[in-house]
Design a binder for this molecule. Structure first.
Ligand SMILES: [Mg+2]
Length: 429
């Protein structure tokens, strides 16, 4: 099978009209997808992938995907997948485009869309969901999907293979367990920062009735309003429910420490307390705000930054993002690194399509990589799943293991008609 061409689609949902998704740094997001379809010479078989943005600039990601596509279009799928690390290296090492990153920003977001589409195509070609394709690889094959350049000072390919080998005999039992019980999750949808108090209360009650046991709220506008928000959620949810808080990068390091110490006790984690690039700042905050723990990663641009966060004991929770990193290859690298350092991976999701992708990532982490559910929970947000043909499903506060072949990225046809920017019916009217 050969990749014959690509099309890109600039899709934007007008979420800023309801303030769904709003936080201290992003007051009016329009949740968007720079979406790519790889066409093939096999009738009906396409690879679908995307990266997530929050509106303006989504078009730049689409143009960049088209620029990078030269590394995929015209090549046989077998050739691309026989050396996935090499395929990834070719895309991220484009001798001119890499200047725009390297491995960060628009060029890396676009890499994610393209790489995720290749994984989707590979999984569909063998009739498996992506998590199963990865979990069925041998330890050597899985490690061969990862570019270890810049990682070997922290973890060698041989160490990674050893770790994966230890989990081999018990994989089937963990798959059966996840199919029976689902994967533990938490929900963010009650705590968007733009929501008034009565809406937060109503959503907390509704989500608790749906079986959610773990919640997150946005913070960071004022200490007083954050204390109030946390107290309101505690009143509605009780003390037995886990509660996390997310500052979305708004604080300076000393400010973060001072602010977090003023918040009501019992928070499980503070998320993105400062700049996503500030490894040592995270380490300082982490040491100062115990017993609140520190989570970050949704804006960590690449595996090198995760390596440093782990080497510096800067985080308690590793929040990989399916699209911020350069697609599933690099996510696998971070899963291995986190397991090597003994830090739980709690993927970032929400957005468009992120829940659909991270459900695969968490299954891979448990079945093949960390073999642990201890202290793990994967983000879930309840909006925009209706766009997908095979949407992520949460039941009783847990993700249901996906079964459809591919990376769960197929969209209904109406999505293109409605959300294409600027000509779709949602925008043109
Ligand atoms: Mg966050």
């Amino acid at each position: 099978m050969r990749v014959m061409g690509i099309t890109t689609h600039d899709l934007r949902a007008p979420t800023s009209r309801t303030l769904a998704g709003s936080d201290a740094a992003h007051a009016d997001p329009d949740y968007s997808a720079a979406y790519v379809v790889l066409t093939t010479d096999v009738d009906g078989l396409v690879g679908e992938g995307m990266t997530f943005t929050i509106g303006r600039g989504n078009d730049l990601c689409c143009r960049m995907i088209e620029a990078l596509a030269v590394h995929v279009v015209g090549r046989d799928l077998d050739e691309l997948t026989a050396d996935m690390a090499g395929t990834w290296r070719a895309i991220t090492s484009d001798s001119q485009l890499r200047w725009l990153g390297p491995e960060k920003g628009v060029v890396h977001l676009a890499t994610a869309a393209l790489v995720n589409a290749v994984w989707d195509l590979w999984a569909k070609s063998v009739g498996k969901p992506v998590w199963q394709l990865v979990c069925d690889l041998s330890p050597e094959e899985l490690v061969a999907c990862i570019d270890f350049r810049y990682l070997s000072d922290a973890m060698t390919p041989a160490q990674a293979v050893d770790m994966l080998r230890r989990n081999e005999p018990t994989k089937a039992a963990r798959i059966a367990e996840l199919r029976r019980d689902g994967y533990p999750a938490y929900i963010t949808s009650a705590g968007w920062l733009g929501y008034p108090e009565d809406k937060v209360r109503a959503l907390c009650r509704e989500m608790r009735a749906e079986g959610w046991q773990s919640f997150k709220t946005k913070v960071g506008i004022s200490v007083e309003s954050d204390i109030r928000r946390i107290e309101v959620m505690r009143e509605e949810l009780g003390d037995d429910i886990q509660l996390m808080a997310d500052a979305n990068q708004v604080w300076d390091v000393p400010e973060a420490i001072d602010w977090i110490r003023q918040l009501p006790s019992g928070l499980r984690w503070i998320e993105e307390p400062t700049s996503p690039d500030d490894v040592l700042g995270h380490a300082e905050i982490r040491a100062a705000v115990r017993p609140v723990r520190v989570a970050t990663g949704e804006h960590a641009a690449n595996r090198v930054l995760f390596k440093q966060l782990l080497q510096a004991d800067a985080i308690d929770y590793c929040q990989v993002d399916a699209c911020r990193l350069g697609g599933l290859n690099e996510v696998l690298a971070v899963l291995l690194l986190a397991a090597h350092f003994g830090v739980p991976v709690c993927p970032h999701a929400g957005g468009i399509g992120l829940c659909e992708m991270v459900q695969h990532i968490s299954v891979i982490d448990y079945v093949a990589v960390s073999a642990s559910l201890e202290d793990r929970t994967t983000e879930y947000a309840s909006h925009l799943h209706e766009l997908f043909v095979h949407p992520a499903v949460a039941r009783d506060g847990r993700y249901v293991v996906p079964d459809a072949p591919g990376y769960s990225m197929a969209l209904h046809p109406w999505v293109f008609e409605r959300y294409t920017w600027p000509g779709g019916s949602e925008w043109a009217g």
